[in-house]
Design a protein around this ligand. Structure first.
Ligand SMILES: Cc1ncc(COP(=O)(O)O)c(C=O)c1O
Length: 311
């Protein structure tokens, strides 16, 4: 199914009570029990699950080609939930130019948790291999990275992790690429993280995050507990806004790629500009020749263009 179709249909249904084609915002915190004391529609209390959140999670899972998604109150709440699932002494490999907030989560929030972290250049496979330890439990990739726009070969990292140990979980923060341009799960990465605050919701009016998995794994299940019992959930209105943003995601990303290439090309010609950090072009025309990681094309990024699914 084309991603444009998934973006407008997944997780949505016509309201049976009114015929409304747009989902209502379900503000109810509690849901009615049946005479038998059960919750026949699957909702009991809104921290645990809510119809708007369920719709958003269904939609995000389908956009990524995953089995299941958890949505959170921010992108960093996703990272926090993942880190909470690790044990004292566990080792993390993360990108050296990762979004600064992840360093703050690991070094600040989890300072006393006894986690060990190596920050490496994820585009250098040998450096990632050299950083592996028997205690490595998580490889966190961010591609394209914020701020340097480095593009990591997702297949290579997934293979490296799998060959090293079955105990390593790989996660790709795909915030900048969105599911329109990149599907990490198809490259063998275990889970995808997003700050939905950015392109996915797309209108600078809602903060949110998501974690999507293709297969059952313990870090996803622990993150679910942090979400449901710990309570880092998005509000029904946040979910509704994010769903509305997703409807135009493929069109917006197409326009944003066009604009970005124009800006990058202009800057590349400008005598006052030393370097331009742009991702490889996702359109038929080539990316800027100055980009260092063009070889990573075809290893995750722009995969879906090749399949005719995306742009
Ligand atoms: C790549 C990336 N990941 C995660 C985050 C954190 O997301 P949030 O601001 O929704 O907590 C950001 C925020 O800028 C980001 O750029």
């Amino acid at each position: 199914m084309k991603i444009e179709t998934i973006a407008i249909h997944a997780g949505r249904h016509t309201d049976q009570g009114t015929g409304a084609v747009t989902m209502p915002i379900h503000l109810s915190t509690t849901f009615e029990r049946s005479a038998e004391g059960e919750y026949p529609l699957g909702f009991s209390y809104s921290r645990d699950q809510n119809p708007n959140r369920k719709a958003l999670e269904t939609c995000l899972a389908q956009l990524e080609g995953g089995k299941e998604a958890l949505s959170f109150s921010s992108g960093l709440a996703v990272a926090t939930a993942v880190m909470q699932g690790l044990e004292r002494g566990d080792h993390i490999i993360a990108p050296d130019d990762v979004y600064w907030g992840l360093r703050k989560v690991i070094g600040g929030v989890f300072e006393k948790a006894g986690l060990e972290t190596s920050y490496v250049d994820m585009t250098d496979e040998d450096a990632v291999r050299a950083a592996l330890r028997p205690s490595t439990r998580l490889i966190w990739v961010e591609t394209p990275s914020n701020p340097l726009m480095k593009v990591t070969d997702l297949r290579a990292i997934a293979t490296l992790a799998r060959n090293a140990s079955s105990k390593i979980v790989t996660i790709c923060d795909g915030t900048f690429a969105t599911p329109v341009l990149q599907h990490p799960l198809d490259c063998g990465i275990d889970m995808v993280a997003h700050s939905t605050t950015k392109y996915i919701s797309g209108h600078s009016d809602v903060v949110g995050g998501a974690l999507i998995t293709k297969f059952d794994n313990y870090l996803f299940e622990r993150a679910r507990k942090v979400q449901q019992y710990g309570g880092s959930v998005p509000s029904p209105f946040d979910c509704w806004l994010t769903m509305r943003g997703i409807e135009t995601l493929p069109c917006r990303v197409r326009a944003q790629c066009d604009s970005a290439m124009r800006v990058a090309a202009f800057l590349a010609r400008h005598p006052g500009v030393e370097a331009v950090h742009s991702v490889p072009d996702t359109h038929a025309s080539a990316g800027l020749p100055s980009h260092d990681h063009r070889d990573a094309r075809g290893h995750g990024f722009e995969e879906h263009q090749a399949e005719g699914v995306g742009l």
